[in-house]
Design a protein. Sequence first.
Length: 390
Amino acid sequence: MMLYNFDEIVPRRGTSCVKHDMLNEVFGTDDVLPMWVADMDFKTPDFIVEAVRKRCDHEVFGYTFAPETYKMAVLNWMREHYHIETRWKNIHFIPGIVQGIAFVLQAFTNPGDKVLITTPVYPPFINVPHRSGRVFVSSPLKTVNGRFALDYNDLEEKAKGCKVMILANPHNPGGTVWTKDELQKIAEICYRQNVLVIADEIHADLTLPGFTHTSFTTVSEEALHNSITFIAPSKTFNMAGLASSVCYVPDADIKKQFFGFLDANELSLGTLFAYVAAEAAFAHGDPWRLQLLDYLVGNIDFTEQYLQQNMPEIKMMRPEASFLLWLDFRAWNIPHKELVDKLIHEAKVGLNSGLDYGPDGDGFMRMNIGTPRANVQEALERIRNLKGEC
């Protein structure tokens, strides 16, 4: 079995890379170590690169449809990893999950309708409803035993009058892997209140050792017949730039309405390389993925130990999935805007501001550790040097 080197530093500047080449636009300076947007600094796996390279050798990039080999790779992955037995008629290509969420809102809601989210949460869950004229309703999460937990009474109350709930499964930014019981309760509430569930499962394949991802549709009949699930290889295999995702809709009525919307708007087909790369990822990706997860656990352990030894007042929510850390800086007792400013201009570290994830994020920052460990260490040392000034 090939062993992969996740310690390799891959220069990314000058490649139209959001994470490294948009620092001025995001932070007001390009002199920061980028530990923010959720893509990784590791090379996209060799088997994906080789599949794209091989297709390039043909030298004709004409109109393309989804080949059967691609469809089978997706279906096999869903069966083996999510315990979903289905047929392609229940699957539809979409260019990306955030776009897919926007499509659901357009297909099932009208301006002014309410959209339920739990906060803190991935910013597009807030921004997409807002920008499309919908109203987001927040049910704040609690922290229980070091992980996020739902307030079911509040969720039920907030669900009243909502048309759609957007669920991060696993959660972003906390990395919480929702249990079957938790998902069943969400499904019961949303079914009872007639709220359609969008399950964003883009981080599912990054569930860390010791935890088990449960796909939303598998937990109950209520979930099966009241949901749209999005999956993608983009986070797991570091290929977000290839825009390749799918949605899974097992309920016939929801499928008719949503797929009809997608087809009417000519959203049925992906690009040639979206199919090629996704097929390679799903057909050959597990050995690489498992090595990646081991490396990410090492980065998480390193960060946790570093904080405990050097900055114990900064509390890290240990993730159960993904390469994102939710850090609590409230013990520094400085206003959030000042915290962000100091991290950028004095520590020179680019993290995601917690307030982008909702008002519950005041005093928090999100850190991306999907990068060589040397970068993680450098970021932590810069923050440690800042600590003495706060």
